[in-house]
Unconditional design. Structure first.
Length: 412
């Protein structure tokens, strides 16, 4: 296939695999091997030189040595994600946390500083505040409502301001859906910390409904367990960005040894063919379910980006960064934990489970589940209350979903 002639949408279907390389198989085989034969010792020597970093991407991808470093199924999956994200390259990992921790360790070392938005996914919050600090990496965080001037003052007042190496954003944030303006952050970075990498956890929207690189981010990070995998059958993570940024991350991935396996990578390639279809259907369902919840007497507040009105102060930012409201809803029932639990225990079609982005609808309680390792004060400050329920909307029949939520709300 002559890649340059086709759109990213088409290349994400069958790009990245050459049938002629594998008995004309339309789908890539699973290359279940740990190591690759060198045709000559000279070739082995050349491959090691290429793999150590500075060769162009195509040469590095052609230099197959050992599956921890690189393998054909990862290369196929990485090509597809790079197309979808408008990136030069991508890297897959055995979990979202592997992608996130490897990216942070690629750019932040002892004595460096990370600036982050809040709230972050509970695992990321814990990694930065309780684990990265053990390696001498310091952090500061800003609140969703912070202005550019407030963020600049926060950076400038820190004694390590000159060591700011990463600005880590989650927009929309899990589970509160708060938004951060990526272009504003880029202006701050360009002014105060030119070599800081801007990373965006794009799990909630991407790669279909949000393209952070187009707004000035350097790096997309994903839990590919969620929409990219899309079927609740794998744990995986991803990074995408420029060739130079991903090259650094791949060097760290090789040595930490958390490269996505051939089978995981193969499943990810399979899933990326339908991600657009799945996410569109999920978002359509979410819009209808959110409208239903918003008008329900047992529901105190519904957070869904697709419910935003033009009069909302964040509407322009939402329209700038996102092409859909997505398929994540959070809503508060009247009452507290016991009312929320009555609802959760009464669901019949939707499943009570953490995780998100899959074909089936998943419902959970962030306060006691996915965000429970955050300090309680941080949870409450960010609206993660005992009455809050999080919904990842699937591709079921929407009338059935509404019927199920309605009967479960009646249990309160
Ligand atoms: C799930 C999730 C992660 C962590 O990914 P794993 O695949 O579970 O390691 C990171 N960020 C967000 C926003 C998530 O939802």
């Amino acid at each position: 296939m002559k890649h340059k002639d086709f759109s990213a949408e088409s290349l994400a279907i069958s790009g990245g695999h050459d049938p002629a390389s594998a008995h004309n198989s339309i789908k890539p085989p699973i290359y279940q091997t740990s190591t690759f034969k060198f045709n000559t010792a000279e070739e082995g020597k050349a491959f090691f030189i290429n793999a150590s970093g500075d060769a162009p991407l195509e040469e590095r991808n052609a230099s197959l040595i050992y599956t921890r470093l690189n393998h054909p199924n990862a290369i196929t999956a990485e090509f597809k994600l790079a197309q979808l994200d408008g990136a030069e390259d991508a890297a897959f990992f055995e979990s979202g946390m592997a992608a996130i921790s490897t990216a942070i360790f690629s750019f932040c070392h002892a004595g460096d500083l990370i600036l982050m938005s809040s709230p972050l996914y509970g695992g990321t919050d814990t990694f930065i505040k309780k684990h990265a600090v053990q390696f001498g990496i310091e952090w500061i965080e800003f609140e969703p409502s912070a202005t550019s001037a407030e963020i600049k003052a926060l950076i400038q007042s820190h004694p390590k301001a000159d060591r700011l190496k990463m600005i880590y954003l989650e927009t929309p944030a899990n589970p509160t859906l708060s938004l951060t303006d990526i272009e504003m952050i880029k202006e701050i970075r360009d002014e105060l910390a030119a070599d800081a990498v801007i990373a965006v956890d794009n799990t909630y929207m991407g790669p279909i409904f949000q393209k952070p690189l187009a707004h000035g981010a350097d790096l997309n990070l994903y839990s590919a367990t969620k929409y990219i995998g899309g079927h609740s059958d794998i744990i995986a993570g991803a990074a995408s960005g420029s060739e130079s940024v991903i090259k650094e991350i791949k060097k760290k991935r090789s040595i930490l040894g958390n490269t996505a396996s051939p089978f995981t990578s193969w499943l990810l390639s399979r899933s990326m063919e339908t991600i657009g279809l799945r996410m569109e259907k999920q978002a359509n369902n979410a819009q209808k379910l959110a409208e239903f919840l918003d008008s329900h007497s047992k529901v105190k507040a519904t957070h869904y980006l697709g419910l935003m009105k033009e009069s909302d102060s964040l509407y322009a930012l939402f329209k700038k960064q996102n092409t859909s409201g997505g398929a994540m809803i959070a809503f508060e029932v009247h009452g507290g934990e016991s009312e929320a639990f009555k609802f959760l225990n009464a669901l019949e079609l939707a499943h009570l489970a953490i995780s998100l982005g899959s074909t089936e609808t998943l419902v959970s309680h962030p306060f006691t589940m996915s965000s429970s390792n955050m300090d309680e004060a941080d949870r409450l400050k960010n609206g993660i209350t005992p009455a809050l329920v999080r919904v990842s909307v699937g591709i079921e029949n929407i009338d059935d979903l509404i019927k199920d939520f309605d009967q479960a709300l009646k249990a309160i």
